[in-house]
Design a protein around this ligand. Structure first.
Ligand code: 3EB
Length: 342
């Protein structure tokens, strides 16, 4: 069984079985790709506003070599817009984004609910009713507002969007929710014609079953999703923190939080390897990681420790971001393309 150790950035699309790739690359490399195959060029900290396929997320990069998260499709894409949602799609996938000015709403809960209701209404009318993965970025995530934390308002709005779907917990995608310093309320997502497979973490309570202390309506996401295609499988790991059961561990120590996070990610990797028979041995078989660090002064320490654990084949981007619980210093999400050839 072969586990791919080729850097995704050097993979040839022609020989690939995946309908799309996610690569981290220097922004100037984007012009090497045909624009009708660019799903999105996600820029952190700065963006080319003139490019309709670019998406700017207001998170500073901590590495000196600034990278762009490039989503590239195998087949040509077309663009569309419905209400506030802009999308790119081909026969296999739809990538959507919504970016809202919170000031147009009474509060963050309404803004979040509007975003989620819009997205869910939109995808259920289209040929891509299955959301595989979602990313949420908005300012000041742990700030108190109207007696609750803004993350909780976001969760309530999101939950009230999902709750109209029958057995919605079984449809929840993998997700990330990270706080920016400023900027718009932004959600982007991947939807497909056929559903993905949810994966939960045996070390953690499912977020949608968290007790009420974290949010009056629990966070609506799965720990990971597997998306099977005819000849390959993609693995999307949600933002993962130093949480065991439902509790934060190691409040004071960012390096021990890192170790706990890697144990959580390892547990997800083992689950897809052993329960879902996927060809991935351990975390060195992941394709990329996005690392969100609350305090920039922790960057060098985390980079050194993480580099030793993941080897050279995992591409990593380090971002300054606020994690949704004040006592969490670090969060890591991951993605892998898992070959199926033996
Ligand atoms: C956690 O496990 C950490 O609300 O969409 C991670 C990933 C977290 C996604 C979300 C929250 C979310 O609870 C926080």
């Amino acid at each position: 069984m072969s586990v791919s150790h080729i850097k995704p950035a050097t993979k040839s699309l022609k020989n690939s079985n995946a309908p799309f790739h996610i690569v981290l690359c220097k922004p100037e490399l984007i012009s090497n790709y045909h624009s009708d195959q660019v799903i999105s060029a996600i820029n952190y900290g700065s963006a080319d506003a003139a490019d309709p396929n670019s998406l700017a997320i207001e998170l500073e990069q901590l590495s000196p070599d600034s990278l762009c998260e490039l989503w590239i499709a195998r087949d040509k894409l077309t663009s569309g817009r419905e209400g506030d949602i802009k999308f790119r799609k081909n026969n296999e996938l739809l990538f959507g984004k919504i970016s809202l000015d919170e000031n147009s709403f009474d509060n963050l809960e309404d803004c979040s609910n509007y975003a989620y209701s819009s997205i869910l209404n939109f995808i259920h009318k289209k040929e891509f009713p299955n959301i595989i993965r979602m990313w949420n970025y908005f300012p000041k995530i742990t700030k108190n507002e109207n007696t609750i934390e803004r993350y909780q308002s976001f969760c309530i709005g999101r939950y009230n969007g999902f709750k109209h779907i029958a057995e919605f917990e079984r449809q929840l995608p993998a997700a990330t929710a990270i706080g920016t310093q400023k900027g718009r309320f932004t959600v982007y997502f991947l939807a497909t014609t056929k559903a993905g497979v949810q994966v939960e973490n045996p070390r953690q309570i499912s977020a949608y079953h968290y007790p009420e202390q974290y949010s009056p309506k629990s966070p609506s996401f799965a720990r990971a999703t597997l998306k099977h295609w005819p000849s390959t499988t993609q693995f999307f790991i949600s933002g993962t923190a130093s949480i065991v059961g439902h509790e934060t561990l190691h409040e004071e120590n960012v390096l021990i939080q890192l170790e706990e996070i890697l144990k959580n990610i390892e547990a997800l990797v083992e689950t897809v390897r052993d329960t879902h028979q996927q060809p991935i041995r351990d975390i060195t078989g992941l394709s990329l990681m996005k690392v969100y660090i609350r305090h920039p002064e922790h960057f060098t320490m985390i980079k050194e420790a993480l580099s030793q654990r993941i080897g050279k084949n995992v591409s990593v981007i380090y971002l300054q971001g606020d994690i949704c619980r004040a006592n969490l210093l670090l969060e890591i999400e991951a993605y892998a393309e898992l070959g199926t050839e033996n």
